[in-house]
Design a protein around this ligand. Structure first.
Ligand code: AMP
Length: 469
């Protein structure tokens, strides 16, 4: 049994460009929303790998030109990371880089392995010494022990032992490998820039560096890039039904990115439209909780005909409230981050739209704020279903007992957040809006809403106590 340990991350890689480390920096900058706690770049000059990593935002960690002089070479990979308690330590920064009997290798990982602890226990019993608590290190150990000869085969041999979510980018002195797990939980895109190959968690990273988006790396696909060009493999044998994470559409990815075949913005707006049909209400104004609720609120307003207004203004110099893991700080965080526009709200029947309700803390604080600004009525609309189950594949949802909808009805939650009414997007509505074919339950992972986990995992302490198993 192991405690829940999650990594929310972004990965980037570029092969065959004279400005590799600089472009990786820019790519990470565009992926900053995927992780704000630490970041790192590993570059190769063809003979040697060099790493630079640090705690904090990309622009703060990479603030001296001299760092880029060090990171010389035509290929590089990078990583941004946010992890929950226990993992916020310099030694857990990625990419992880090691020297082993076949040379050097670095890896950047987005996702979460569900059997990392099991495999780690086995490896430790046979003598492995781990230096981080990141599940990614398990992959490195497996790779070092792999018996196969070629790099793709060794990576495959290692990955056959692990289960869960991984979008990975590896870099050796002379090669780059990108892999997406057979379920395709996390996104990973392939692009080109001036003859170089680029990979990134989201296409918004390509836009910034003016790379051309070629296609997504497929679930279960491995791509090897070296001086001879690019090769694609499907090394995992039996095909499983892909189950990309629907929460990437709801909250995690940037609206300007294209993931899982669709631009996120359009999907979010469609969530709002469906929500307006499912939970109509007479009101004077629709306001989003910025920034996460904006596209869905636009969709809600368009569908309902109720005017869209910016009723809450966000201070953009504050990180996501979620960065601070403690409840006491989170309460405070909402006030630092948002302020109501009295003119929009006073005397009005207000529909407030957000993308998700997790603990309920944010909504409760914001509704109080809106009432204090003189609202006549406040109707909360959430552009996803109740989040009742934890994610074990890389989205940082709290343990089950902290998820308000795991133990409370919609009516009870409505009372807690003190709204006049509360409406969640239905699971069917969500899947239809995201384009999941009807009757195709395998198409998205929506375990955080349904409890249907596409990849099984060992019993988890926190949840077994709560009777999830
Ligand atoms: P809560 O106060 O726990 O109900 O948090 C809900 C808010 O957190 C919503 O405004 C979401 O946009 C945001 N949110 C949901 N999931 C995450 C996540 N995994 N990381 C950071 N923020 C999140």
């Amino acid at each position: 049994m192991f405690d829940k340990f999650q990594d929310e991350c972004g990965v980037f890689g570029i092969f065959g460009h004279p400005e590799a480390a600089n472009l990786t920096y820019l790519g990470l900058y565009a992926l900053q929303h995927r992780g704000q706690e630490s970041c790192g770049i590993v570059a190769s000059d063809g003979a040697k790998l060099r790493a630079y990593k640090g705690m904090g935002l990309v622009a703060d960690v990479f603030k001296r030109d001299a760092i880029f002089d060090e990171l010389s070479g035509r290929s590089a990979i990078g990583h941004v990371r946010y992890s929950t308690a226990g993992g916020n330590d310099f030694k857990n920064c990625q990419p992880i880089m090691v020297d082993y009997h076949r040379g050097s290798i670095a890896v950047a990982h987005n996702g979460n392995l569900v059997n990392a602890q099991e495999v780690r226990n086995e490896l430790e019993q046979s003598g492995s010494i781990f230096s981080t608590i990141a599940d990614t290190e398990t992959i490195i150990h497996l790779l070092a022990r792999a018996q196969c000869d070629s790099l793709p085969d060794r990576i495959t041999e290692a990955l056959m032992r692990v289960k869960g979510a991984y979008s990975l980018v590896f870099l050796t002195e002379t090669r780059m490998v990108a892999v997406r797990d057979p379920n395709g939980f996390r996104p990973l895109a392939l692009g080109r820039l001036d003859g170089a190959y680029v990979v990134a968690s989201e296409t918004c990273a390509f836009d910034l560096i003016e790379a051309e988006f070629i296609r997504e790396i497929e679930p279960g696909e491995m791509i090897l890039i070296d001086k001879n060009g690019m090769q694609s493999f499907h090394p995992f044998g039996e095909k499983v039904a892909p189950s990309p994470c629907i929460f990437e559409f709801i909250y995690f990815s940037r609206p300007d990115s294209t993931i899982f075949g669709k631009q996120v913005y359009g999907v979010r707006k469609e969530f709002g439209r469906v929500l307006a049909r499912e939970h109509a209400v007479e009101a004077d104004v629709v306001i989003p909780i910025p920034d996460s609720g904006v596209p869905a609120a636009i969709g809600y307003a368009e569908e309902s005909g109720i005017p869209f207004q910016l009723g809450l203004i966000r201070n953009h110099y504050v990180g996501r409230t979620f960065i601070e893991p403690q409840q006491s700080i989170r309460h405070f965080g909402v006030k630092i981050k948002l302020n109501p526009v009295r003119e929009v709200i006073e005397g009005k029947r207000v529909v407030v739209v957000d993308d998700s309700l997790v603990r309920g803390t944010t909504a409760r604080k914001i509704i109080k704020m809106i009432r204090n600004a003189g609202a006549a009525e406040v109707h909360m609309r959430v552009s996803s279903p109740p989040t009742s189950f934890p994610c074990y594949y890389g989205i940082d949802t709290p343990t089950r007992k902290e998820l308000i909808s795991s133990s409370h009805t919609v009516e009870e939650i409505n009372r807690y957040i003190t709204a006049d009414s509360l409406g969640y997007l239905s699971r069917e509505g969500m899947r239809a809006a995201a384009g999941a074919p009807e009757g195709s339950p395998g198409h998205f992972c929506d375990a955080c809403f349904s409890g249907q986990y596409p990849v099984k995992f060992p019993r988890l302490k926190a949840d077994s106590q709560l009777g999830l198993f």
